[in-house]
Design a protein around this ligand. Structure first.
Ligand code: URA
Length: 246
């Protein structure tokens, strides 16, 4: 005779295994298919003329911050930029994803995560049960570092007023730090240098989960399982069921 508790536990395990399989299916094949066509909910790069207005009730909307970022010469990174890269997604999002800095494609388009890593990030978002543009996506620095290197400490510090404005205005319920560099900036690295991913910390009062960068996942598909665990922890913290109520 199976007890109710054991039955519930078995059911939860089955659901979790099924969700993992679905997740692996959903995010597989990235880097082959082009990113899906996207609607611009927020596109605050240099081309501000064609963006949806922010909520309008703030004296300093994020589109004003975006324009400031586009004009910013606060660190050496401005010298190499084609366009600054502020954000994409919804300013009403309950989750903000933060990467390290724009790459080649992002610098050209003025939007974050539009290359292969971005296509994978979009799949991760959808696998979590969100519409692609229902989350808010930005980076620690708004201008592309040369050779795609990680931003230096002084560059991240010079850009932090933009990031802080984004976190304050979007006021998400959770942040996901993508990759070690973003995790470091958002205070997720323990001083002893022990593991950083899969851990909660807090940035300006918002819970932060650190996980691997999608670019790392493209190179290391075996790490998908850990990323899924981290994203499930985020969903659990937000009280959201696994996608499809499964
Ligand atoms: N990697 C990042 O960290 N950010 C981007 O916008 C693109 C790639």
């Amino acid at each position: 005779m199976v007890s109710e508790d054991a039955r519930a536990e078995l059911l939860a395990l089955t659901r979790s295994a099924a969700a993992l399989l679905r997740w692996e299916e959903e995010i597989s094949g990235c880097g082959v298919a082009p990113a899906p066509a996207r609607s611009r909910v927020v596109d605050e790069g240099a081309a501000l003329g064609d963006v949806a207005p922010a909520s309008g009730d703030s004296p300093r909307s994020l589109s004003v911050w975006a324009q400031e970022a586009a004009d910013c010469r606060g660190c050496r990174l401005h010298e190499g930029r084609t366009r600054s890269v502020f954000a994409r997604g919804s300013e009403q999002a309950e989750i903000v994803f933060i990467g390290e800095g724009p790459g080649y494609h992002e610098d050209r388009e003025g939007l974050p995560f539009v290359g292969q890593a971005g296509a994978l990030l979009d799949k991760m978002v959808v696998a979590m049960g969100y519409e692609r543009d229902a989350v808010y996506i930005c980076n620690v620095v708004k201008c592309r570092p040369p050779e795609n290197r990680a931003p230096h400490e002084d560059e991240a510090a010079a850009c932090s007023r933009f990031l802080d404005a984004q976190v304050a205005q979007v006021a998400p319920r959770a942040i996901v730090a993508l990759g070690r560099s973003a995790a470091e900036r958002l205070g997720c690295i323990e001083p002893e240098g022990r593991g950083w991913r899969g851990k909660w910390s807090s940035y300006r009062g918002v819970p932060v989960m650190a996980t691997y960068h999608p670019a790392y996942l493209l190179r290391t598909p075996a790490a998908k399982r850990q990323v899924w665990d981290d994203l499930q922890a985020v969903l659990a913290r937000l009280g959201r069921a696994l996608p499809g109520g499964r």
